[in-house]
Design a protein around this ligand. Structure first.
Ligand SMILES: NC(=O)c1ccc[n+]([C@@H]2O[C@H](COP(=O)([O-])OP(=O)(O)OC[C@H]3O[C@@H](n4cnc5c(N)ncnc54)[C@H](OP(=O)(O)O)[C@@H]3O)[C@@H](O)[C@H]2O)c1
Length: 305
């Protein structure tokens, strides 16, 4: 299963590259030139990472535009890549002075306006996938669904999904739509395993959608974390890496995600080409059950009951 290079999010539905490039950290550190962004995009594509994960808010509302400047230099076909974005979080930001506090908005007006801005910033006619970024306690499912339907009918969005939703929140929105929600993008890693047991992956298997996974390496804490859990997990990953003949623990941590039958789609967060090149090797690494459980045991601090 893991050695597939692409993955259908739902049977017969849209597909992404098996691993996705996450753009959140693009503007962390020194701001890259458009040429540097273009180079990074080509590097990702050469590695098979053709799907790019965005959100309107990344980089204080500035990542999409910076990425779009690089993408404008891309000479390949638009349909050889996939652009994903999200909306619904309203940040307090110099770029959004009207937001007096951080809040959520899943109303039709905001969703449509946010998509229009994402299209303009990315320099594209359509998003392959649009996600509601976080569950909104004021979400009116009929209204949010109607906005999704309109965007799909207008050809501005090819498919829709959610992020950080519970199964109940997912089911509510899905119940108002004539087409599938194709993913729920959630946090999961060797250091954050609650989705294994709180019903989110069971829900994904039941409905046959592939969950996208954010912070698949714990946002870097896998390498820098100094707690007992991080130390134990690193030790377990090191043992499995040696057994599997894999160079680094990060690749094993991604292979651990790919072993799950709910067909998890990790969204990689590094901006370093050499790290991306290592991580994509995870698709060729298949952990056996005992290797997989040895990492779970290290993470949970005890053997399974
Ligand atoms: N839906 C949501 O609510 C949500 C929330 C957060 C993120 N996301 C998405 O998920 C993507 C990934 O999140 P993330 O950035 O937290 O993912 P991650 O892959 O878990 O963490 C990436 C971080 O780990 C660091 N790192 C250190 N050593 C590394 C190594 N050996 N290999 C790889 N990375 C190493 C990276 O630094 P270097 O850059 O220096 O390598 C980077 O800062 C984001 O880009 C975004 O698209 C979604």
């Amino acid at each position: 299963m893991a050695s597939e290079r692409r993955i259908e999010l739902v049977p017969g539905g849209p597909s992404l590259s098996r691993l996705v490039f996450g753009a959140w950290r693009l503007l962390d550190g020194q701001k890259p030139s458009a040429d540097a962004v273009a180079k990074l995009i080509y590097t990702a594509i050469d590695l098979g990472l053709t799907s790019f994960d965005h959100a309107d808010i990344y980089g204080g509302y500035e990542v999409e535009e910076a990425f779009g400047a690089g993408l404008a230099r891309f000479k390949g076909r638009r349909d050889s890549i996939e652009l994903i974005s999200k909306c619904g979080i309203m940040l307090k930001s110099a770029n959004r002075p009207e937001n007096r506090l951080k809040h959520y908005d899943t109303g039709a007006g905001h969703i449509v306006a946010s998509v229009e801005r994402s299209l303009k910033n990315l320099g594209t006619d359509y998003l392959d996938l649009l996600l509601i970024h976080r569950p909104d306690p004021l979400m009116d499912a009929d209204e949010t669904a109607a906005a999704f339907e309109r965007l799909v009918a207008d050809g501005k969005v090819r498919a829709v999904g959610v992020s950080n939703f519970t199964p109940q929140q997912f089911d509510l929105l899905a119940s108002r739509l004539p087409f599938h929600l194709v993913t729920n993008q959630i946090e999961h890693s060797v250091l954050e395993t609650s989705a294994l047991t709180d019903g989110r992956f069971d829900h994904a298997q039941r409905l046959r959608y592939a969950p996208m996974i954010w912070s698949p390496l714990g946002g870097g804490s896998l390498f820098t974390g100094d707690g007992a859990r991080e130390h134990k997990v690193r030790a377990a990953l090191t043992l499995v890496a040696a057994e599997a003949g894999v160079h680094d623990i990060a690749t094993v941590a991604i292979a651990w995600l790919l072993r799950h039958p709910a067909r998890l789609v990790p969204v990689l967060g590094t901006m370093k080409p050499e790290r991306l090149a290592q991580l994509v090797r995870a698709v060729d690494v298949t952990l056996d059950r005992q290797q997989w459980f040895s990492i779970l045991e290290a993470s949970e601090g005890r053997a399974v009951p």
